[in-house]
Write a protein that binds this ligand. Structure first.
Ligand code: MF3
Ligand code: CO
Length: 257
């Protein structure tokens, strides 16, 4: 298989990517304080939209086209409970016990920041809390693998091993990705191994690593809105994402507060 080259970034470009991702980190922190029973996902989108505007950046998701679907209509993705990714914000009211994945993308000085977290709405079940914990841990274990000289699929393997050893499954229909001037650059970063390209990691690579983890089966289906992916079995799903740069000293998490 012939692959497009991975676009390496200079330290200066990585600094700009960090600025873009720091805008997102600030928004995700603000939303963490705002998420509570009674708020709608549309209100979360409004808050993110005004913070993006105030930052001097632009929403990266709004108007984004994936294959031949209709353009994405909002600044954030908000995916509740069995929704896996790409939930469209709107009038849905969050209630106690829900979990909500929020994904934010910003274009700043020509570079794209991309990060996501899944929040608890009020008090959640032990089962939901464990799913969030394992998914977030799998992200950090994956990031630890992102060192020069390692192979890309070591990132995938770290996610898959942690997730599956706790009885969960990794979503196959969506993957992490290189990130830079475009939101989606090579390489794709599946959260499972054995498929596709397995290049060596190099200094200057910038990657969005994003485990999407299901409580039950990995299978997903798409809703009629052409965007929202839900678990096929209706069980919970969680999503955490960081954008990172590979440096001589190892992974540098650009979207960490
Ligand atoms: N973090 C997601 C991704 O990397 C967000 C994309 S939402 C979209 O694919 F609407 F822009 F597609
Ligand atoms: Co992403």
């Amino acid at each position: 298989m012939k692959e497009n080259p991975i676009i390496l970034k200079t330290p200066r470009e990585i600094d700009i990517l960090r600025e873009a991702n720091q805008i997102i980190a600030g928004i995700l922190d603000k939303l963490a304080q705002t998420v509570e029973p009674g708020i709608t996902t549309g209100e979360l989108d409004k808050i993110a939209s005004s913070l993006i505007k105030a930052s001097g950046g632009k929403p990266a998701f709004k108007g984004y086209r994936m294959s031949n679907r209709k353009p994405y209509p909002a600044c954030i993705c908000s995916s509740v409970n069995e929704e896996v990714v790409h939930g469209i914000p709107g009038s849905r009211v969050l209630k106690e016990g829900d979990i909500v994945g929020v994904d934010v993308g910003v274009v700043y000085k020509g570079f794209v920041g991309d990060a996501a977290r899944t929040y608890a709405v009020g008090a959640i079940s032990d089962e939901a809390r464990q799913l969030l914990k394992i998914t977030e841990e799998s992200l950090y274990q994956a990031i630890e693998q992102a060192v020069p000289g390692a192979r890309l699929q070591q990132i995938s393997a770290a996610v898959q091993t942690h997730v599956e050893s706790h009885g969960y499954s990794v979503v196959r229909d969506f993957v992490g990705h290189g990130v830079g001037r475009n939101m989606h650059e090579p390489p794709q970063i599946p959260n499972y191994t054995g498929v596709g390209w397995n290049p060596r990691l190099q200094v200057g690579m910038t990657l969005a690593i994003e485990p999407m983890v299901n409580e039950g089966s990995w299978r997903v289906k798409m809703l009629a809105d052409e965007w929202t992916a839900v678990t096929a079995d209706g069980k919970l799903s969680a999503h955490f994402e960081h954008s990172i740069a590979i440096t001589a000293n190892g992974p540098d998490i650009l979207s960490r507060i």
